[in-house]
Design a protein around this ligand. Structure first.
Ligand code: UDP
Ligand code: MG
Length: 248
């Protein structure tokens, strides 16, 4: 019976080589378990044929919808636009490069219906990143855990399923610099996880450059800890003291 609807949000930045396979694999998932669904592609101003491919899919398949950005706003903004636009009782966020296996949606759906509001995907292992990126990620999560007031689950990205009530609360948060996985942890609710092995990107180049990752890390730290603010205050005080001494 088709009682519920699942919205799948897919941020896309230059993913022309992956969209076909991704679409086929997601559709396979929905063949296996018969629920209503919509696929919302948010095209973060791709410079390749991503938009064209998705437009063609949308003509053939009414469950395919898309948003086309006027410029590259970044992954977190793309996901947020999808969240605003979606209409399902269940919402999935998934990367377009097949690093997040769509088949896990089935496990998430089973688990969320055992009394949870959020089921995030936790990486058992990951082959995706360079040694430097892995080390940087570890360090970032260590810093965040040490200084933030809330507990953000380790080894998770934004790949997850949420119920609509969580999405509604998330959308009320007017953060201009978004760090969704942290915001969702902050919201509370009943959260759990399913584990998976994270694959390498299927094709194409990562859209998250070192600079974009650094910005995301900074947004995470600034949004979830008042440590930077305290450091600034203390530094201001020292500068004040120093000036006083110099004046005297
Ligand atoms: N992405 C996006 N805008 C960007 C960078 C990336 O929408 O500016 C999308 C990208 O197409 C993919 C997801 O966000 O679906 C994750 O990006 P990527 O695979 O480059 O990140 P990584 O896996 O290295 O964290
Ligand atoms: Mg990726």
């Amino acid at each position: 019976m088709k009682e519920a609807k699942i919205s799948v949000i897919i941020p896309v930045f230059n993913e022309e080589l992956n969209i076909g396979t991704l679409y086929a694999r997601i559709k396979d998932v929905f063949v296996k378990f018969d629920v209503n669904h919509e696929l919302i592609f948010v095209i973060d101003n791709s410079r390749d044929a991503s938009l064209k491919i998705i437009k063609e899919l949308a003509i053939k398949d009414p469950s395919v919808k898309y948003i086309d950005f006027s410029r590259n706003f970044g992954h977190q903004v793309a996901v947020s636009a999808g969240l605003e636009y979606c209409s399902g009782e269940y919402v999935v966020i998934i990367d377009a490069d097949l690093q997040d296996p769509p088949e896990l949606i089935i496990d998430m759906y089973e688990k969320i219906n055992k009394g949870f509001d959020v089921v995030y995907a936790k990486r058992r292992s990951r082959k995706d990143r360079s040694v430097v990126k892995k080390a940087a990620y570890k360090l970032f999560y260590k810093i965040l855990a040490a200084i933030s007031q809330i507990e953000i689950p380790l080894d998770t990205g934004d790949f997850r399923m949420m119920k609509k009530n969580v999405v509604d609360e998330l959308l009320k948060m007017q953060e201009s610099n978004k760090f969704l996985r942290g915001q969702i942890a902050w919201l509370g609710f009943n959260q759990t996880y399913v584990e998976y092995d994270r694959d390498v990107r299927a094709a194409g180049e990562p859209g998250y450059t070192y600079y974009k990752l650094f910005r995301l890390a900074l947004d995470g730290i600034i949004s979830f800890s008042n440590m930077p603010l305290r450091v600034a205050t203390i530094m201001g005080f020292f500068v004040f003291l120093l000036s006083l001494i110099i004046i005297l």
